[in-house]
Design a protein. Sequence first.
Length: 114
Amino acid sequence: MSDFPVWLPSLVLFSDYEGDWNRYLDALYTWFRQDFIDSKPVFQGRRLGLKRYPLSLGKEATFWHIISEGKNEDDRLPDFRRCERIRWPKQVIEHDSDPAIKVWRNQHGREERI
């Protein structure tokens, strides 16, 4: 893992939960809650919000978006590589000035996104 910045947290591995999806999901959500609900990340001086609704299994839409993949939000499937990196998004947001982080702007309709 030496190719990654030293400030990135360790991966959260499914195998550490003996292959128990429910325990793993609870652990993932605990990290998400800590990083995005209990605290509010700041990117370039702006506090980031999250999409709470629709809730699914009592968990916010942004949580499901972070840990799953697919074009249709209703049909997304868990992605273990995304799950393992649940602790990374907040750190990347907060270390945006690190040269290891690539940031770019693009136009999405009338909105500029970073």
